[in-house]
Design a protein around this ligand. Structure first.
Ligand code: 5AD
Ligand code: SF4
Length: 471
C-alpha cells in the first residue's frame, strides 16, 4: 500500500521560492544586476525578528538588499499599530510611494504586520492606496513567496489576511541583524487584554513553541557564532502553558542555560502578574541569564492598573521588585510607562512618579496613551486632554532622567564584561557594546573586538550610555 505524505507548509513555500529565484536569475542575466529588495520595519523586537525572516525569504528568492527603499524593486512595510503615530508613519510613506509607483509600474509594494490585521486599515488601503500589490498579516508571514508568485502570475493585487493563527512554521530562512546575538521566538500572541492594548487583537491567542524546537534553534545559532540570545514573547512568563506537555518558563531557562558555547540569555517581555518565585530562582541560579529584567509597570496607581486590567496593584508590584532585588542584588530593571490613560488624575500620576522613585529603573520606555479603536479603553469616559498629558509626560521625564543617571552612577569605577556589538555610528575609533545588565557602553577600540566579551572599566556616566576603558 502506498502512503501519501503531505508536503509541509515549508516545503510548499520552498517551491515558490524556487520559482521566484528562477525569475530573478533570468532578470539578472538580462540586466547584469540583481533585483533589489528593501524591508522597512516599524515597532517592537517581535516585528524586527519577523523582518529577519521576511528578508531571509527574499534573499533566498534571489533578491539583493538595497541600501534604501528608493533603490528597491520590491519594498515591504512590516507595520506596527501599537500607537497611532506608528500607523501615521506608514500612511505617510504610502502616500509618497503613490507617485513612484506611477512612474515605475514594475515596482512591487507589500505591506504586512500588525496594522493589516485591522479591517479598517485594509479598507483604507483599498480606498486610498490601491496601488499596493501584496497585503498579508501576522499569522501568515511564511506565505510571502506564494503571495509574490500569485501577484506576478495574476497581475493583480493579492490580499491574504487570516483572522486566527495556523500552525507554527519552523525553520524559515532568516538573516540575522547581528552576527553575535539573535532573537528567538519562544511564543506568539497574548491572552491578557490590557484595556489599552491592540496586540491581542492583531497577534492572536498565546501559543508556545516546543522546547525541543527552541533548543535546536539556539544550538544552531551558537554553532554559527551567536553568544547571546533574546527570548521573545509578549508574555514570556506564561510560556509553555498551552503545550501538550506543559513546561514552565523557568524550566525552559534552565535547559537553555545548559547549552555549551552560549554565553548570555535575555528575555522579554515579563508580565508582573505572572512572574513566579520559580522564575526568580531560575534567574538567580542560571549563570548565563543576564542580570537585567524588563518589567512593565504601566502606571503606579492601583486604580488605573485595575482599569488597565493589569491584574496587580502598586503594592504587589513593589513587593515583587523587592523580592527580585533581594535574590539578585545587582540586577537592573527597566519598564514601560503610559501617561494619560483615561481617568488618570493628578493623584494617580503622582503615584506613577512615586513608583519611579521607589523602584529606580536603569531605563524606561515612556509613552503617551494612544487611543486604539476596538480596545475597551478607547470608549472609556474621561479621556485626558492633550495639554494635560503632555505636561505630565514632561514632568515625568524630569523625575525619571536624574534617577536613571543616579542608577548608572553605581557602575562608574566598576570593571564589567561587555559583549562588543558594533562600531559607533559617529566615530570609527569608538566601539559600542552591552554589559550583562544591559547598560550601553562606548569605549575606544578596534573592529576586531566585535563579537568578543571583554573587560571594560567604566569611567563616566552619560545617563543613557556609559563611557568605558578597555583593561
Ligand atoms: N498607548 C500608549 N502606549 C501603549 N502601549 C501599548 N498600548 C499602548 C497605547 N494604546 C505600550 C505599553 C506596552 C508597550 C509595548 O507599549 O507600555 O508595554
Ligand atoms: Fe498588550 Fe498587555 Fe498583552 Fe502586553 S500583556 S501585549 S500590554 S495586552
Amino acid at each position: 500500500m502506498c502512503k501519501i505524505i503531505e508536503p509541509s507548509l515549508l516545503e510548499i513555500q520552498n517551491k515558490y521560492i524556487e520559482t521566484v529565484k528562477k525569475w530573478n536569475a533570468e532578470y539578472k542575466e538580462k540586466h547584469s544586476h540583481s533585483r533589489k529588495m528593501y524591508c522597512v520595519t516599524m515597532g517592537c523586537q517581535m516585528n524586527a525578528h519577523d523582518s529577519e525572516k521576511l528578508k531571509g525569504m527574499l534573499l533566498e528568492m534571489g533578491y539583493e538588499e538595497a541600501d534604501n527603499e528608493d533603490n528597491a524593486d520590491f519594498v515591504i512595510y512590516n507595520t506596527c499599530c501599537i500607537r497611532a503615530n506608528a500607523e501615521e508613519k506608514v500612511y505617510g510613506k504610502l502616500g509618497w510611494l503613490k507617485n513612484r509607483k506611477r512612474k515605475e509600474p514594475e515596482l512591487i509594494v507589500a505591506i504586512c504586520g500588525c496594522m493589516t490585521q485591522q479591517d479598517t486599515v485594509i479598507e483604507k488601503i483599498h480606498k486610498t492606496y490601491n496601488f499596493v500589490d501584496i497585503i498579508f498579516g501576522t499569522f501568515n508571514l511564511y506565505k510571502l513567496p506564494e503571495l509574490l508568485v500569485s501577484r506576478i502570475e495574476s497581475g493583480s493585487e493579492v490580499c491574504d489576511i487570516w483572522k486566527e493563527h495556523g500552525e507554527i512554521v519552523e525553520d524559515l530562512p532568516t538573516v540575522r541583524e547581528h552576527k553575535y546575538k539573535s532573537s528567538v521566538n519562544i511564543m506568539y500572541g497574548c491572552n491578557n487584554f490590557c484595556t489599552y492594548c491592540i496586540v491581542p487583537y492583531v497577534r492572536g491567542r498565546e501559543r508556545s513553541r516546543e522546547v525541543d524546537d527552541i533548543l535546536k534553534e539556539i544550538k544552531e545559532l551558537v554553532s554559527d557564532g551567536v553568544k547571546e540570545v533574546m527570548l521573545l514573547g509578549q508574555n514570556v512568563n506564561s510560556y509553555g502553558k498551552t503545550l501538550e506537555n506543559p513546561v514552565s518558563f523557568a524550566e525552559l531557562l534552565r535547559k537553555i542555560n545548559e547549552i555549551d558555547g552560549l554565553e548570555r540569555i535575555r528575555f522579554m517581555t515579563s508580565h508582573p502578574k505572572d512572574l513566579s518565585d520559580e522564575l526568580i530562582d531560575a534567574m538567580r541560579d542560571c549563570d548565563k541569564v543576564c542580570k537585567y529584567l524588563h518589567l512593565p509597570v504601566q502606571s503606579g496607581s492601583s486604580k488605573i492598573l485595575e482599569k488597565m486590567n493589569r491584574r496587580y496593584t502598586k503594592e504587589k508590584y513593589l513587593e515583587l521588585v523587592d523580592k527580585i532585588k533581594a535574590e539578585i542584588p545587582d540586577i537592573m530593571l527597566s519598564t514601560d510607562i503610559i501617561v494619560g490613560f483615561p481617568g488618570e488624575t493628578e493623584e494617580d500620576f503622582q503615584e506613577t512618579l512615586d513608583i519611579i522613585k521607589k523602584v529606580k529603573y536603569s531605563t524606561a520606555f515612556t509613552f503617551i496613551y494612544s487611543k486604539r479603536t476596538g480596545t475597551p479603553a478607547a470608549t472609556m469616559e474621561d479621556q485626558i486632554p492633550e495639554d494635560i498629558v503632555k505636561d505630565r509626560f514632561d514632568r515625568m521625564l524630569h523625575i525619571l532622567n536624574p534617577i536613571i543617571h543616579e542608577v548608572n552612577n553605581s557602575q562608574v569605577g566598576k570593571v564589567i564584561d561587555v559583549l562588543v556589538e558594533e562600531v559607533s555610528k559617529h566615530d570609527e575609533k569608538i566601539m559600542t557594546g552591552r554589559g550583562d545588565n544591559n547598560s550601553l557602553i562606548h569605549f575606544e577600540g578596534s573592529k576586531d573586538l566585535i563579537g568578543q566579551i571583554i573587560k571594560v572599566k567604566i569611567i563616566d556616566n552619560k545617563t543613557f550610555y556609559l563611557i568605558g576603558e578597555r583593561i
